[in-house]
Design a protein around this ligand. Sequence first.
Ligand code: TPP
Length: 525
Amino acid sequence: MPTVRRIAHEFLARQGMTTIFGNPGSNELPFLAGLPSSFRYVLGLHEGVVVGMADGYAQATGRAVLVNLHAAAGSGNAMGALTNAVYSRSPLVLTAGQQVRSAIGPEAMLANVDAPQLMRPLVGWSGEPSCAADVPRSLAQAVFEAELRRRPSYLSVPYDDWGAELDGNAALTLDRSVRWGLAPDEEQLRSLAEAVGSARDPVLVLGGDLDTAGLFDRAVALAEHRELPVWVAPSPHRLPFPNRHRLFRGVLPAGIGAVSAALAGHDLVLVLGAPVFRYHQHIPGPYLPEGARLIQVTDDAGAAARAPMGQALVADPAPVVEALLDRLPAREPAKGPRYVPNPEPATGGGALHPEQVFAALRETQSPDTCYVVESTSTSSAWWRQMDLRRAGSYFFPAAGGLGFGLPAAVGMAMGLPGRPVVAVVGDGSANYGITALWTAARYEVPVTFVILRNGTYGALRWFGNLLGTPDVPGTEIPGLDFTALAAGYGVPATAVTGLAELHDRLKAAAAGPRLIQVDTCPTSP
Ligand code: TPP
């Protein structure tokens, strides 16, 4: 008779989920016992880092990823990172070890009381099997729920379940597969094409989901086919369009009034693969410019339902993009080069300006580089200087929860062994996921970590001025030495203050992880 453990391992192997990110405790050991050699357990030293790495790995591979957390305390530590995974729509399958069933009621140490409730409302599905025989089916459900909803799921398993023996029905779980199909019908495609074709001055607003869906190049094809100006939806976690393309207009500001001002003059706003919209700073105003209508196409039913304006079509964006390309005639392209030139970088007083750092990255790194960015006061400098022309080039914490940058870069590099990975992280942000350096060193993951050391929580200082609260405490962080921290975790590191030295460091080849600390001057996002 097979055990629960054997069926679970076999099911995960058949789903291709053999890389597990985790930080175990006693409750999890019976699941990990006898793990087949085809599995790789990637140890993170804090659960926020574990989930950040898994999020990066999931975004790199586009696949569901298993995460192994320790009971309630480990799950709680993971929760901040989980907010990002929710909004990047990463199919993470979080498992947590539970006390043995008879010890949950009396609340023995490490009992995860009301475990399924703990991670709600962040996860899309959460459960604890009601008996050992239901563990394999519940695990399959957790995987399929994460894939179908594109949202993390959570499964708590009492640790005495793993050794239980199962009858023949359990093997049926192994053969299960669940597929997703969401093609729009003929009438929906016809009316959408008609709306776009008849608009006087339409504009595309693209979201990170297009990059996740592998539609970066098709988005370029559509924009060029119809000569459509392109904005990126506010607060992007991925880049769905080349940022120096002649049709690229920028990233929409994350305020209500500011968005409608940016879109003024257009009569149709076609949003593909984004929520409408992920505002941040509250700038009141009309949701849409005068005379504009908005149509949103997304496969995220929740994002369609909660939007405050517009018509939504809940559908896979891929057939929609293809239908618009097929059904609408091509427009004459404007004359001129396909990509606009890069401006001269701004300079700082004393320390390097972030624009100089980004220009140096652009000039020294492969165009194929995948950047994980968590530097919150440098976004306008970033978009001014970078020239990102390939899919999967840019990743940012999707819920703005710090602690993503370092871990996600490690997970990304593990999931994308063919692409160089560079993490660009602020000296404030780096502390929230600093132990990812140990995992990078331990597994020899080739990531370049660039830490921008401006000695301050720059974005908070900027926000303080915006909110009329410039005098707040707790925004200065002088004196952090990331070369010493990196050395402690086993990552070779250097500190750089000058431009020539930065170029030299960035150009030097590195086989494993390395950290470059760069002193920069404060800027505004
Ligand atoms: N805690 C978490 C988990 N997430 C957050 N977003 C914050 C706190 C609030 N926060 C937003 S930006 C920021 C803080 C603390 C400062 C980040 O500083 P740094 O990484 O140095 O970047 P800078 O703004 O200076 O470019």
